[in-house]
Design a protein around this ligand. Structure first.
Ligand code: DGP
Length: 114
């Protein structure tokens, strides 16, 4: 499987990693849309949130969400606030088919997203 985020997990392409655990990695987005823009991904290849189902999916998504909140805290975003979002499928504009949470903060964020 040729997946750019699997390559980042493996360390075969570079990324600015801000936090790592056994089952998740957080790294800075290549095309940041906010002063702080980090992606949180599972180390295991899961295509999207729609494929993380059942008890295993529930555990994975829970861990990713708490990991993302830890990342946001470590980036100093707790007071100003931040947004965690995941794009799923073409209408949402998902461009990398490896589940990822965007953590965005450091500026006022518009709502709803475009
Ligand atoms: P999405 O559109 O939700 O699938 O977001 C994918 C994000 O991944 C997008 O904001 C750009 C980022 N991205 C794509 N390729 C790379 C890469 O090789 N390195 C890093 N750091 N980010 C990437």
């Amino acid at each position: 499987m040729d997946c750019v985020f699997c390559r980042i997990v493996a360390g075969t392409i570079p990324a600015t990693v801000v936090k790592r655990s056994d089952d998740a990695v957080a790294f800075r987005d290549l095309d940041p849309r906010a002063p702080s823009h980090v992606l949180v991904i599972p180390t295991r290849h899961v295509p999207a949130v729609r494929s993380a189902r059942g008890a295993e999916g529930e555990q994975l998504l829970g861990r990713l969400m708490t990991f993302a909140a830890d990342v946001a805290s470590e980036l100093g975003l707790d007071i100003g606030g931040y947004r965690i979002v995941t794009n799923t499928g073409p209408d949402a504009g998902q461009s990398v088919d490896h589940l990822h949470l965007h953590v965005l903060g450091g500026r006022k964020l518009g709502w709803p997203p475009g």
